[in-house]
Ligand binder design. Structure first.
Ligand SMILES: Cc1cc2nc3c(=O)[nH]c(=O)nc-3n(C[C@H](O)[C@H](O)[C@H](O)COP(=O)(O)O)c2cc1C
Length: 176
């Protein structure tokens, strides 16, 4: 087999894999699920997150959702393009999460935040996930909301070594 043919096959495999990852991520953008607490419902929270490519942002969202559920919250986990992400009435808490790409939140989350029309009395927290560098993708998210006079209660970037204790602290801060 000629070298050009081998290079062609390798490139084709890479392109198919990249398209698969992209489609998987896109489908997550439209997905939504609801977690209900075992006992009485004490409040409702919406967590909108970009499913990203490797699952970090989703894992943080799931961890926070389980934490809120254990505290009696009914939690909707929604991709930013799902219809649930824009239905904001009835929630007392909104959290928005994004991966960091080139120091900024993803384009999908950027657009979501810019288009948000929030009801009154909803407490907002934003988080980003990323590497260990010190760029402020979370601050970028908070600044978009501040432009529309939305008060952001908690804003944090979780590096690769962040754990459930930190996610739980984020939830505790938003609840106080
Ligand atoms: C193309 C690309 C660019 C990235 N740029 C940054 C960056 O500027 N700063 C950072 O802290 N992390 C950066 N990262 C790391 C991701 O933000 C990090 O791995 C994130 O948790 C991925 O989230 P996900 O698993 O939900 O996709 C980058 C990753 C990729 C793939």
């Amino acid at each position: 087999m000629g070298i050009l043919k081998i290079i062609g096959i390798v490139l084709a495999i890479i392109m198919v894999a990249a398209a698969g990852v992209w489609l998987f991520s896109l489908s997550g953008s439209y997905a939504a699920e609801t977690l209900k607490p075992d006992g009485a419902v004490t409040g409702k929270a919406l967590i909108v997150y970009d499913p990203g490519l490797s699952g970090n942002t989703k894992n943080v969202a799931s961890s926070m959702a389980n934490d809120l559920k254990a505290k009696g919250y009914e939690v909707v986990l929604a991709g930013p393009k799902s219809s649930d992400a824009s239905k904001l009435s009835g929630y007392s808490i909104l959290m928005v999460g994004s991966p960091t790409y080139g120091g900024k939140p993803s384009g999908t989350i950027n657009s979501y935040l810019e288009g948000l029309n929030l009801p009154e009395n909803i407490t907002v927290g934003v988080y980003s996930t990323g590497g260990t560098d010190n760029n402020d993708s979370n601050q970028f998210m908070a600044d978009i909301l501040k432009k529309s006079s939305v008060r952001v209660e908690v804003s944090e970037k979780f590096g690769s070594s962040a754990d459930k204790v930190e996610y739980s602290n984020f939830v505790s801060q938003i609840l106080t």
